[in-house]
Design a protein around this ligand. Sequence first.
Ligand code: NAD
Ligand code: WQD
Length: 346
Amino acid sequence: MKVLVTGGAGYIGSHTVVELLNADHEVVVLDNHCNSSQTALERVARIATDARRQTPQLLAIEGDIRDRLLLDQLFTKHQFDSVVHISGLKAVSESVAQPLAYYENNVAGTITLCQAMQAAGVLNLVFSSSATVYGEPPEMPIREDFPTGVPINPYGRSKLMVEQMLQDLARSDPHWSIALLRYFNPAGAHASGLIGEDPQGIPNNLVPYISQVTIGQRDKLSVFGGDYPTADGTGVRDFIHVVDLALGHLAALGWMQQNRGIGIWNLGTGRGFSVLEVVRAFEQASGRPVPYTIVERRTGDIAACWADASRAERELGWKAVRGLEEMMADTWRWQSMNPLGYGQAR
Ligand code: NAD
Ligand code: WQD
């Protein structure tokens, strides 16, 4: 299969491209590198070359999904079977400060991409959505048939808007095949230690923050809230290994070979871990202490969130198999082998 991956140089994209190449697919990456480095793709190529003992079929294009001319050229030059649309802006607080940038990139960018796909007759699309579209769900675990909530920030709303737009698109033309993948909390890194999450500035998310504390780049972790109605009072999330998540995209591509219309799948493990459980797991994996203090809750956080992942297992034959220990060990390997992430290359 020949697949266009938008945002393929980013955290989730790079891991997805590795798995696509390992499965012998041909990949073209379109990334504007607003939050990634070309180095990530060089390492992806290295991992795939080592795994297959031959040069992988990977082409990297530096460009923007909002550039319709470029998209038309790409679709003319390559006969894509499918598009895996991972690119986007993802920082919640930044989206509050710069809502237009988020709607422009995430919503308008997806419209431009879909218009180009439609014009080229490429009608298979996998979209990176998020558990954030559920808002504050009434109960756990979260099933795909729960009503979407009211995301409280522009980032979340941009994801929900795109989901709704893609549902309308699938209804308008039965030839489309669309997979909405609602990721829970991606963590971990490739087992080689060559690729991983490389946040710019202060990490927004828990695992990269802990990782930077452990390597000595930050003093201590602030645990946001110790009085939630959870077993130890700290927030609970469904952390999913990024390689399992990547494999979920391949499962969705498989579904699209057999089915038309639109499908929605949670990509999670079905199990929640608290912030303090993650801290302990990281200490175990790294053999180092993770100093922390418990501070006020972070605005907008919910107490607990984990997936019912059974639909993906039933319909896609996909299941997350890597546990918390492996996620933390792989994160630590990536962090210790690359203390500055992709470093100078960015
Ligand atoms: P990331 O920032 O590492 O990767 C996104 C990539 O998209 C980057 O390489 C960036 O340079 C590229 N990009 C951004 N705008 C672009 C544009 N207009 N044209 C071309 N390339 C562009 O983020 P990630 O963590 O890999 O997330 C990937 C996707 O998954 C995003 O859509 C995000 O909203 C979604 N998601 C992420 C998480 C998470 O916690 N990481 C959770 C749920 C959903
Ligand atoms: C996890 C837990 C925090 C940092 C966010 C987005 C969501 C999705 C994934 C894209 C919470 C606690 C965190 C810290 C802490 N992204 N925490 N100290 O909030 O579940 O989801 O990323 O779609 O849209 O909202 O993930 O990693 O930020 O937080 O105590 O320094 O860790 O309060 O309980 P979250 P997270």
